[in-house]
Write a protein that binds this ligand. Structure first.
Ligand SMILES: *[C@@H]1O[C@H](CO)[C@@H](O)[C@H](O)[C@H]1NC(C)=O
Ligand SMILES: *[C@@H]1O[C@H](CO)[C@@H](O)[C@H](O)[C@H]1NC(C)=O
Ligand SMILES: *[C@@H]1O[C@H](CO)[C@@H](O)[C@H](O)[C@H]1NC(C)=O
Ligand SMILES: *[C@@H]1O[C@H](CO)[C@@H](O)[C@H](O)[C@H]1NC(C)=O
Ligand SMILES: *[C@@H]1O[C@H](CO)[C@@H](O)[C@H](O)[C@H]1NC(C)=O
Ligand SMILES: *[C@@H]1O[C@H](CO)[C@@H](O)[C@H](O)[C@H]1NC(C)=O
Ligand SMILES: *[C@@H]1O[C@H](CO)[C@@H](O)[C@H](O)[C@H]1NC(C)=O
Ligand SMILES: *[C@@H]1O[C@H](CO)[C@@H](O)[C@H](O)[C@H]1NC(C)=O
Ligand SMILES: *[C@@H]1O[C@H](CO)[C@@H](O)[C@H](O)[C@H]1NC(C)=O
Ligand SMILES: *[C@@H]1O[C@H](CO)[C@@H](O)[C@H](O)[C@H]1NC(C)=O
Ligand SMILES: *[C@@H]1O[C@H](CO)[C@@H](O)[C@H](O)[C@H]1NC(C)=O
Length: 420
């Protein structure tokens, strides 16, 4: 069978649900304009929807917008600039020249939507930090994907390893985030975290590509998966499934994907073992027509009045990496499908799915499993770590030298923005 193509980024970016994206409030330009941006560790170029006029009607296209014509610090980047010729080297679609000799970028996504715009320098204020001359894309057309559906979102903050990502532009030695599983607040820390409210970290090395492989995303946060355990049982999954080959096998940490997706041989082994170990306590929803979010095919019927007790007695699922285990337990294993009832039962779905159903030839560790953990990316020692949140950060943590920017819309997960 011909593998479904794992396209280079950004086409494999997946925004399942705009209301599970992590957003931050940022101020841009001179004078400052307030914008809301989705944080995405799988993308490189940060971009904003810019005001444009329809060339036929001369009408302003309405949307949440950044208006570059009102900013004195907005500086378009010419095609001849080294920023355009060399720093765009990691873009999946090469930068080109528009009719004004401005550096032109095209972004395209897995749902066939795309956006075009010009690169420019602009000043950004993140919390209390004001940074001049950040390269971003001033996009002139809208996405048809879910990013656009989030009516309060003006753009996206690209945080992957590419040469023009925010992480690279700010030369960050580290960044970390914690997504709350209980409310909509989250924390994004740029720089050293030094956080006292988490337990010890488990670290695994980030993997660099050895050979030039056509379907390997070189600028993603890639780790090496070694195995999967259910309870104490290590599943029988061949190494040939877990290592990167010509066509598949990359394991990526992602923030734009809600759940975790595994290549079919690994997913099938996990599904079978999890069903086996839970068959005396949980009832599988036996309905071949029900596939949650088009990609999750294992769901359960749980009496509404018993959900808590059942969830707390599930076997854990561990992702075993080089040097570290990532353990998923309790509510992080089953996700309650909001508003869906079958008789007196609620429907809960397994938070691991089959990559094949997504058409992605890779392992993707999504953000649901990372709730209530601090996930840290160390770009000096080139490793990723995770630690459990042990206590609620004291309110004083959100004040002092660090600045709380703003909590976004209640429907989105909003992040506090810190420079430490
Ligand atoms: C956001 O997600 C919740 C469930 O998590 C759902 O009930 C709600 O309808 C969603 N909102 C939108 C605008 O999709
Ligand atoms: C931008 O946000 C800040 C802080 O939330 C607020 O004080 C300011 O009035 C806002 N500016 C505009 C133009 O909305
Ligand atoms: C501009 O307006 C024309 C006429 O209303 C319309 O057909 C066209 O799609 C519009 N273009 C854009 C980019 O919105
Ligand atoms: C704006 O978008 C249209 C099509 O989406 C494209 O043809 C045009 O070149 C773009 N203009 C700029 C300045 O990016
Ligand atoms: C880290 O936090 C501890 C206690 O909160 C403090 O004493 C120490 O100075 C901090 N270190 C850095 C590098 O900020
Ligand atoms: C693991 O799977 C392989 C191939 O599917 C099989 O040959 C082998 O016997 C299995 N090992 C165990 C311990 O079940
Ligand atoms: C289910 O578990 C039992 C005992 O734990 C084991 O004998 C059996 O082989 C398992 N079945 C599958 C399909 O893994
Ligand atoms: C349930 O699991 C037990 C062992 O854990 C196994 O013996 C039994 O066959 C399983 N039943 C079903 C219906 O899979
Ligand atoms: C849950 O409700 C069912 C009836 O729907 C009842 O028989 C059962 O005792 C209840 N269980 C608990 C733990 O309340
Ligand atoms: C739901 O629970 C109620 C009361 O516990 C019971 O009377 C009813 O028969 C149950 N309905 C189904 C479909 O099981
Ligand atoms: C770190 O790994 C150890 C065992 O390898 C495990 O017991 C512990 O729960 C892990 N911690 C986290 C936060 O995943």
């Amino acid at each position: 069978m011909i593998p479904s193509r794992f396209l280079p980024r950004p086409p494999n970016k997946l925004f399942f649900h705009h209301n599970v994206s992590l957003t931050v409030s940022v101020a841009v330009g001179t004078p400052l304009q307030n914008v809301t941006m989705v944080i995405d560790i799988g993308s490189e170029l940060s971009w904003l929807h810019c005001t444009t006029r329809n060339t036929t009607t001369n009408m302003v296209i309405p949307d949440p917008l950044f208006n570059p014509t009102l900013s004195s610090s907005f500086t378009p980047i010419p095609c001849s600039s080294p920023t355009c010729t060399t720093r765009t080297r990691d873009f999946p679609i090469p930068a080109s020249c528009d009719s004004n000799n401005h550096c032109h970028a095209t972004l395209s996504y897995v749902d066939a939507s795309s956006s075009e715009g010009d690169l420019a320098f602009e000043n950004f204020r993140f919390g209390s930090g004001y940074i001049r001359g950040i390269v971003f894309g001033c996009m002139n057309s809208s996405f048809s994907s879910n990013v656009k559906g989030d009516s309060n979102t003006t753009g996206l903050l690209g945080m992957n390893l590419g040469s023009l990502s925010l992480v690279s532009q700010l030369k960050l030695p580290k960044f970390s985030y914690c997504i709350s599983g209980y409310d909509f607040s989250s924390v994004l820390v740029l720089g050293e975290s030094n956080i006292s409210w988490v337990g010890p970290f488990n670290y695994t090395s980030l993997v660099q590509e050895q050979d030039r492989l056509p379907y390997f995303d070189r600028v993603a946060y890639t780790v090496q998966l070694k195995g999967i355990k259910v309870g104490n049982n290590l599943l029988n999954i061949s190494d040939t499934v877990l290592v990167q080959t010509m066509w598949s096998g990359q394991t990526m940490f992602d923030l734009g994907t809600q759940f975790t997706f595994l290549l079919d041989p690994a997913y099938s082994a996990l599904r079978e073992e999890f069903i086996n170990q839970t068959n005396s306590t949980l009832r599988v929803l036996d309905d071949p027509n029900f596939v949650f979010q088009m990609a999750i095919d294992l769901c359960y019927l749980i009496p509404t009045n018993q959900s808590l007790k059942l969830l707390q007695n599930l076997p854990s699922v561990s992702l075993v990496f080089d040097g570290a285990e990532f353990i998923v337990r309790d509510e992080q294993l089953l996700y309650k499908v909001s508003g869906l009832r079958r008789g007196n039962d609620s429907v809960y779905c397994f938070t691991f799915g089959n990559s094949d159903l997504l058409g992605v030839e890779a392992f993707i560790i999504g953000h649901h499993q990372k709730q209530n953990m601090l996930v840290e990316f160390d770009l000096v020692e080139y490793k990723v770590g995770w630690a459990k949140k042990e206590t609620q950060p004291h309110r004083s943590w959100f004040s002092g030298t660090t600045a709380v920017v703003e909590v976004g819309e209640a429907e989105s997960t909003a992040a506090y923005f810190f420079f430490l």
